[in-house]
Ligand binder design. Sequence first.
Ligand code: ZN
Length: 229
Amino acid sequence: MSYRHRSNTGQELALPVGKVICVGRNYAEHALELNNPVPTEPILFIKPSTAVVDMRQPIGIPTEQGSCHVETEIALLIDTKLCRATERQAAEAIAGLGLGFDLTLRDVQNELKKNGLPWEMAKAFDGSCPLSGFLPVTRPEWDNIGLQLQLNGETQQYGNSIDMITPIVSLLVYISHHFTLLPGDVVLTGTPAGVCPLNIGDELIARVVDPVSELELAVETEIVSISDR
Ligand code: ZN
């Protein structure tokens, strides 16, 4: 089934599926757990639209390229073109709040990093970006969005956007000075600590919570081999 952006209730949204802009090391604790320096400016990379799949479906991971890590991230759906945007334009362009998994072939990435090569082979492969549906954005307090990943019943990742090195709206402004965002593009805002390898048969529950508008989204899914999808 081909992917379409959806609301949290499963309704198809009238937005095309565009690129996904991701930020690396936006939570200091996560940078440190992988022995990376905490960056002074956002580290950006892009996943193409072919990376996007529906998070509710079983998630197929490659099994023959070393470990595949899950990074649970707050996802933002954009519905207005942003080019060298102001903070206000950026905030108004966020149409939806959801969840994304930034699936990462960690062994491949470590090899690429060691050789100073780009990360796409590790992070932009087909199916590397499962996305949830999107909660409508009403009056969110962008600096107080909670997210959580439960893996096989245990809390594996827990974070809050207040701990981001570059906060959500500033991040959109920064991105829009490098890459124009178009309606239907998605921004993944970085992962908190607790990233871990996935195994076939793992059961995942991801949650994002906006305590101000009291909106919560939870997605239950499972891990399968990519050849079984
Ligand atoms: Zn990530």
